[in-house]
Ligand binder design. Structure first.
Ligand code: MN
Length: 285
């Protein structure tokens, strides 16, 4: 199932005929309560028969709604650094030290407040002295609490998969801010267009991701090339802290990252998930 969030943080199932509002399947759901999406995800298996029944009803046209981030307020937004060898190689010279990869570095955090939706532009701060990059990534959405799980059972804790742009301000020789800050500007984690539940993607290593900048193909990746694969990412992170329903873990960028400027359009497509098109604009504040 394709699970989307739209308009007043409503929860919808996307099908061929449009989007089906299933918000009120969740007991106590109220509009404009983005954190309730986590509760919906936590109870998804239990509510699924009713959700499916409701999704058989009338649909809204997708172009008549505004899609929000599919998980607007996860408790944790984790990210894998340097998780493809070809991207690791292209980052040499960008002040990345040694042979660090996700295998040795583990995860970093992005501020949850940096999340934006598939209908929102990325807003670049007015910093002409700095370089801003896109990193197209597939992200895991956690469905069941994971505490010190093994890689063998890790996928049982997945709700589904979505697409995330890990937007980044690069370091310079003299400006060496924390990675978490450079990647946490408002709108620097556009996510969407929806989450595809894991029953449709039993083997995440089969996923492919392509990214275009202004219509030109920039990234073309397969998750089988991840240095630390999806089950292992979950297992290792869950040994550090409990992963909660709705938590998002973005799996790392393939090679082909590049600088963006105001007016650019970045698009990402994962055939098993969908396509997301994001405008790059100047931050108005
Ligand atoms: Mn990244």
């Amino acid at each position: 199932m394709r699970v989307a969030v739209f308009d007043e943080q409503r929860i919808g199932i996307v099908r061929e005929d449009g989007i089906h509002d299933v918000s009120d399947v969740l007991p106590g759901w109220t509009p404009n309560s983005p954190w309730l999406v986590n509760a919906f995800i936590e109870r998804f298996d239990e509510l699924r028969p009713v959700i499916e029944q409701r999704a058989d009803g009338p649909a809204l046209a997708l172009d008549r709604v505004r899609l929000c981030p599919p998980v607007p307020r996860p408790m944790n937004l984790l990210a894998a650094p340097l998780n493809y060898r070809a991207h690791r190689a292209e980052m040499t010279g960008h002040l990345t030290s040694g042979n660090d990869t996700a295998d040795g570095l583990g995860f970093f955090l992005k501020a949850v407040g940096s999340i934006s939706g598939p209908a929102d532009p990325v807003l670049l701060p007015d910093r002409p002295d700095r370089r801003f990059d896109f990193e197209g990534e597939v992200a895991i959405v956690i469905g069941r609490r994971a505490v010190a799980v093994s890689a063998k059972t890790a996928l049982d804790h997945v709700f589904g998969y979505t697409i995330l742009f890990d937007m980044t301000m690069r370091m310079t020789e003299t400006d060496r801010e924390e990675r978490s800050m450079r990647k946490s500007f408002a709108t620097f984690s556009p996510m969407g267009p929806w989450t595809v539940t894991r029953d449709e993607i039993p083997r995440p290593e089969t996923l492919a991701l392509r990214v275009w900048q202004n219509g030109e193909l920039r990234q073309d990746a397969r998750l089988k090339d991840l240095i630390v694969d999806v089950p292992e990412l979950i297992a290792r992170a869950s040994a550090v802290l409990p992963l909660e329903p709705g938590d998002v873990y973005t799996t790392g960028s393939p090679a082909g990252v590049g600088q963006i400027t105001v007016g650019d359009v970045i698009e990402a497509e994962c055939p098993a998930i969908g396509r997301m098109r994001i405008d790059v604009a100047a931050r108005p504040w």
